[in-house]
Write a protein that binds this ligand. Structure first.
Ligand code: PRT
Ligand code: ZN
Length: 283
């Protein structure tokens, strides 16, 4: 049985549960306790605070964990990153009061910086030869400069609105982060193969994201024109329609290029265009 530690509640919880669900790992949240076993996959889910996830994976209390890379790097625990998951994106940045002129990293020499991420900050300052006074606070780091607790902060930034609301400006991005799947280094062979199956499923879900399955009817005399527009996975599927002189064309499109391609298809005589979401895709 493979055990995965996930955030019990907070910013990563929902997307983590959705990823498991889309990978067809059923977890009943109704009878939610600290440890819940999947009803259809050899996996049990351990619900923890994100701060405790790196250590539980490193110590083997859990085989796997889903945690923000920022938290994982900060905790300096020994585990392997096996997959970057693409959600919970944010950055760890240095910010200073917005009315102060920023003159480059040297500005931080001898300054007091408030943060909940002291080891990442210490490492960054050390690499850059800056001696700053790092002041650890947990929570509401952004208010530290206005109450005179620090000259600047080092914290998570996503949209940047928390900084703006606190009259701060971002001056250095130190680290980009996203949710990562981490694994214990001493997993049994049996658990490794369950992990491989889980990774295979996660990959299928990720590949399908941002892709659409598109069906359309095309007059046969314009088929080659339409097929030429389609950047399908391999080549599109073309099947004759009951109505003479027409074909049905099926393909997979990237969501990003979707509207551009659809308008070209319409201009090339495609009709009855149907667009469907794809749940999973194995390439
Ligand atoms: O209870 P537990 O300890 O499990 O949760 P937590 O409160 O420590 O963490 P939580 O749920 O807030 O965040 C979990 C993870 O989400 C973080 O470790 C990051 O990897 C990731 N993440 C992504 C973020 C954000 N975006 C984010 N915007 N974590 C926090 N924030 C906060 C940030 O601290 C700041 O106060 O949001 C504010 C900034 O947001 P903007 O949009 O105003 O810039
Ligand atoms: Zn936390």
């Amino acid at each position: 049985m493979l055990r995965i530690a996930v955030q019990a509640k907070g910013r990563l919880h929902e997307e983590t549960m959705r990823l498991l669900e889309e990978s067809d790992v059923k977890i009943s949240l109704a009878k939610r306790t600290l440890l819940v076993q999947s009803s259809n996959f050899p996996l049990e889910v351990l619900f923890l605070r994100d701060d405790d996830i790196p250590q539980s994976v490193a110590a083997g209390v859990a085989d796997l964990g889903i945690v923000g890379e920022n938290e994982f790097v900060e905790k300096q625990e020994d585990a392997a990153i096996v997959k970057r998951l693409g959600f919970g994106r944010c950055r760890l940045s240095l910010a200073i009061p917005k009315n102060i002129e920023y003159t480059g990293l040297d500005w931080f020499e001898g300054k007091k910086i408030a943060t909940s991420y002291p080891s990442i900050l210490k490492d960054f300052m050390c690499r850059n030869g800056i001696h700053a006074d790092i002041h650890v606070i947990t929570g509401s780091v952004e208010v530290a400069p206005s109450i005179g607790l620090a000259d600047s902060i080092f914290d998570i930034v996503s949209s940047g609105s928390t900084l703006v609301n606190n009259h701060l400006k971002e001056v250095e991005v130190v680290m980009e982060s996203e949710a990562v799947l981490i694994a214990n280094r001493g997993m049994t062979q049996e658990n490794k193969s369950v992990l491989d199956e889980l990774l295979f499923r996660m990959e299928a879900v990720k590949t399908a994201e941002n892709k659409k399955y598109v069906l359309m009817n095309v007059p046969n005399d314009r088929l080659s024109e339409v097929v030429g527009i389609l950047p399908g996975m391999k080549s599109p599927t073309v099947m004759p329609l009951a109505q003479e002189g027409w074909s049905s064309v099926h393909t997979v499109l990237d969501e990003e290029r979707f509207w551009e391609i659809i308008s070209q298809l319409k201009a090339s005589g495609a009709q009855g265009i149907l667009v469907l979401s794809i749940e999973k895709m194995i390439v």
